[in-house]
Design a protein around this ligand. Structure first.
Ligand code: GLU
Length: 473
């Protein structure tokens, strides 16, 4: 049996999308499950869309999600280089093979001529325009002259006529189209770079990729690839096209209007990588049981291509992700919670404070970026809007001050007991009393349990905050 080798082939044309991480995760898990290799290859042959620095950002974010690759940039491997711009001679060599086989030809047509040709075809009612093969008629000598004179050219594939191009997708089943609908695609562009279609086939073959698993938006490209495999006489990999993601309820691809889209943004907002991965596992796959929580190791064990959904799009349920993230946050140790929260707290905040806060906020926080909203009053004095206070606030705060000032031991039980006794004695309404205290201490009606918070805040700081409100009544 051939070794399972899967790959992810990012194009450095922008930020890595959360959907790419899902596709990568499936490829990675499938390779691991089959004791195979997972490869990363950078597809940077589109010079116009190339974004400086994107390759590093993509590789960094993949690592930050806790995923790794067996071969590829930064780690090397036996089939490198793994960056397409470093493989240009390989594509040239392979274009020559097809030229010799008469499966490809030089085309010297100018952009202007091609534009005019397309216009004319459209005017005749042709929907998908095709190259008219003018250059296929060139004689050997004419071609040589043009090459010697350094005329710009591309190399096109000579797509065979009247041929059914068929492949058996592991997910969507048999897909078949007539070669008459396929244009004589460009293989090598006039800048000497290969097109995506050409490079992807050459590299998947040379890198011994056994399974090509990618988003189903690539289905229309696959027949072009099949034709190339056939022209070279190469064995084809298995193809598995997986559903793409859509915004829940919107039926459209993920959009900034609904929240984060790039893989990095999700981490920056305080989603935990392991929660994100667990959530992504289910975007297009299901184990067929009710179980919702999987570690990566467990996922590798249960993942199979057969259980990938045969649907066009899967909904990205942002509420579900928030829920899942909270579940993972709750499971963090206090130490780990504090460590991960540090970057969401103001600079200079002592990690020890975050360790103390952890039990109070873990269950209430859906993403770590909510830390300041929920617990900001631990880091800096709150701005208190006195209009929020109830009508008996002066009495409430005076009583609280009195109790807190005279507490003999500073612990939660003692604080609770004494405040409750006072409330009873004075006949206050418990809810109103604590709401005023909460607003005075935190400036907000929504906080972690207030007595627990006071214990962490300390006697001195608590009294200062109460005094401040009382002093300008
Ligand atoms: N470079 C392509 C991309 O940006 C890879 C597509 C494929 O997996 O073949 O998604």
């Amino acid at each position: 049996m051939t070794k399972v080798r899967t790959r992810m082939a990012p194009s450095p044309t922008g930020e890595y999308h959360i959907g790419h991480i899902r596709t990568l995760l499936y490829n990675w898990a499938f390779a691991k499950k089959n004791k195979g290799d997972f490869i990363i290859r950078i597809e940077n042959t589109d010079r116009e869309r190339y974004v400086e620095g994107a390759t590093d950002r993509i590789l960094d974010v993949i690592s930050d999600y806790g995923l790794s690759w067996d071969e590829g940039p930064r780690v090397g491997g036996p089939y490198g280089p793994y960056i397409q711009s470093e493989r240009l001679d390989i594509y040239q060599e392979h274009a020559q093979i097809l030229l010799k086989k008469k499966a490809a030809y030089y085309c010297f047509c100018s952009e202007e001529r091609l534009a005019k040709m397309r216009e004319e075809q459209k005017a005749r009612g042709v929907v998908s325009t095709k190259y008219d093969r003018l250059c296929l008629k060139l004689k050997k000598q004419e071609i040589e002259e043009k090459l010697v004179n350094k005329l710009p050219y591309v190399i096109r594939m000579k797509v065979p006529e009247n041929k059914e191009v068929t492949f058996n997708d592991l997910i969507t089943g048999k897909i078949s189209i007539s070669s008459n609908n396929i244009d004589d695609q460009v293989l090598i562009k006039s800048d000497g770079f290969p097109t995506y279609h050409f490079a992807v086939v050459v590299d998947d073959h040379l890198m011994k990729i056994s399974h090509v698993m990618r988003g189903n938006d690539w289905i229309p490209s696959t027949p072009k690839h099949i034709l190339l495999y056939e022209a070279f006489g190469w064995k084809m990999p298995y193809f598995a096209h997986i559903p793409n993601l859509k915004e829940m309820g919107a039926g459209k691809k993920l959009s900034k209007r609904f929240g984060a889209v790039s893989a990095r943004e999700f981490l920056d907002e305080g989603y935990l990588a392991e929660a994100l991965l667990n959530f992504l596992m289910f975007l297009g796959w299901n184990p067929g049981t009710d179980r919702e929580f999987y570690s990566l190791e467990e996922f590798i064990r249960v993942f199979s291509i057969e259980k990938i959904h045969k649907t066009d799009l899967v909904a990205f349920d942002r509420d579900k992700l928030l829920w899942m993230n909270n579940q993972y946050i709750q499971k963090l140790t206090d130490e780990d919670f504090a460590q991960r929260s540090l970057k969401f707290a103001p600079v200079g905040i002592d990690k020890k404070l975050l360790i103390k806060l952890s039990p109070l906020v873990k269950s209430r926080i859906k993403k770590l970026s909510e830390l300041r909203q929920l617990a900001g009053f631990f880091f800096e004095k709150p701005r208190v809007d006195k209009k929020m206070l109830g009508k008996n606030w002066v009495e409430h705060l005076q009583a609280a001050h009195n109790i807190i000032e005279n507490l003999d031991s500073w612990d939660l039980e003692n604080l609770n007991d004494n405040l409750m006794k006072k409330i009873e004695k004075k006949g206050f309404k418990t809810g109103d009393f604590f709401m005023d205290l909460r607003i005075a201490i935190a400036g907000s009606k929504f906080t972690p349990p207030i007595n627990d918070s006071i214990v962490i805040l300390g006697k001195e700081e608590t009294l200062k905050r109460i005094n401040k409100i009382l002093s300008d009544k």
